[in-house]
Design a binder for this molecule. Structure first.
Ligand code: ZN
Ligand code: FE
Length: 255
């Protein structure tokens, strides 16, 4: 039976995500930016919370954790490496640890770069990855704690997932990301088309998240750092993938 995915807008530009298994009667939350909209989304559907997965320690991803735990007594899961900076964890995981939600395997993927200790979750049964502030729609998170090399490693791991994977990332930054992407990859027709589509969605007040990994590979300049036409576009034909990524990330920081 299919798992249902619900995207919940929170704060000014954050997203939280619910995954619901109707047969098991169980619900998981991925990141808790704000309590009220998450409670409303659950109550509207008559769901309670069983598991709460955290991608990283920033306040705009964990603010609602303690309130939601108090309300539902849910299991809180986060990175062992970041345990001191996260709310109290019931399950402290390391990348590769076995983990499941309602019998569905949840892969824990190391996603350092934006922060150290950032993790992503992949639920194959749902075809969904929860990437927080690592891989984002047409972008990637700023490097607050990690190096460009670490973020490139993260993006490379995520690119190994199936192309039809839905990428549930933490923010609605896509329109601004598209403007930057066009500045470094102006000849990319798939990008031009996607940027138009993003403008239309935003004008209609619609979400651009989740996005699809296969489309990200064709249009996200950070994921394209290893592709020869992208290297050429930034004048770095002979540089390593990680060097090209670092240069694109620097350019975005100064955009
Ligand atoms: Zn963050
Ligand atoms: Fe964030």
């Amino acid at each position: 039976m299919a798992l249902e995915l619900v995207t919940i807008p929170c704060r000014s530009d954050n997203y939280a995500f619910l995954l619901h298994d109707a047969k098991a009667g169980k619900t998981a939350l991925f990141d808790a930016p704000e309590t009220a909209p998450i409670l409303t989304a659950l109550r509207d559907r008559g769901w309670t919370l069983d598991d709460l997965f955290i991608t990283h320690h920033h306040g705009d991803h964990i603010e609602g954790v303690d309130d939601l735990r108090a309300e539902f007594g849910c299991r809180v899961i986060g990175a062992k490496a970041d345990a001191e900076r996260l709310p109290a964890l019931d399950v402290a995981v390391e990348p590769g640890d076995p983990l499941d939600f309602a019998g569905h395997i949840v892969d824990v993927i190391a996603a350092d770069g934006h922060t150290i200790g950032h993790i992503a979750f992949y639920v194959e049964d749902a075809g969904v990855a929860f990437t927080g502030d690592s891989l984002m729609a047409l972008g990637c998170g700023r490097l607050f704690e990690g190096t460009a090399e670490q973020m490139w490693g993260t993006l490379s791991r995520l690119m190994e997932l199936p192309d039809d994977t839905q990428i549930c990332s933490g923010h609605e930054y896509t329109a601004a990301n598209a403007r930057f992407a066009l500045s470094v990859d102006a000849q990319n027709s798939a990008l031009i088309q996607r940027a138009d589509n993003v403008s239309e969605l935003r004008a209609a007040g619609q979400f651009t998240v989740p996005s699809i990994l296969g489309e990200e590979k064709k249009t996200n300049p950070f994921l394209r750092a290893g592709q020869s036409d992208m290297k050429h576009a930034v004048g770095m034909d002979h540089a390593s993938d990680a060097e090209v990524f670092a240069e694109i990330r620097r350019a975005k920081d100064n955009f």
